[in-house]
Design a protein. Structure first.
Length: 137
């Protein structure tokens, strides 16, 4: 019995480099796709009706709502910076952090963190499936 356990251990150990190579390539694709999906989700979340104050023809977002699109500056400043197995979704508009976290004069209108949380669940599920698939090969 002990001999079979050692044999199984050797077979598994010998497969580790192949599993690592498969995961490395697939995980990079997943990271990049997830970052682009988060970026698209953020831009899309700024569309639609809002329930805040009216400024001329623009209706602002209410506290807690995602920012309302006015001139598209915030959505246009969204970007993804990526390298191998790493990606960062960012917003370069100066008012981006003020909307996300609020100020002493304005309640937050979170738009980055909700999108990241949504896709974190999807990313974890896909990564687990990827590991399971690599282990079966």
């Amino acid at each position: 019995m002990a001999r079979n356990s050692v044999l199984i251990g050797k077979v598994m150990f010998n497969r580790i480099p192949a599993i690592a190579r498969a995961l490395s390539t697939d995980s990079n694709k997943l990271v990049q796709k997830t970052a682009l999906d988060v970026q698209a989700e953020i831009a899309t979340s700024m569309e639609g009706a809002r329930h805040g104050r009216r400024y001329g023809g623009h209706v602002a977002s209410a506290p807690g709502e995602k920012p309302a699109r006015d001139m598209g500056t915030l959505a246009g400043s969204l970007g993804v910076k990526s390298s191998y197995n790493h990606a960062t979704v960012f917003v370069s508009a100066a008012h981006g952090p003020h909307l996300e976290y609020g100020t002493r004069f304005m309640a937050p209108r979170p738009y980055l963190r909700p999108a990241a949380r949504k896709f974190n669940v999807i990313f974890q599920f896909a990564m687990q499936a990827m590991v399971d698939r690599a282990m079966r090969k």
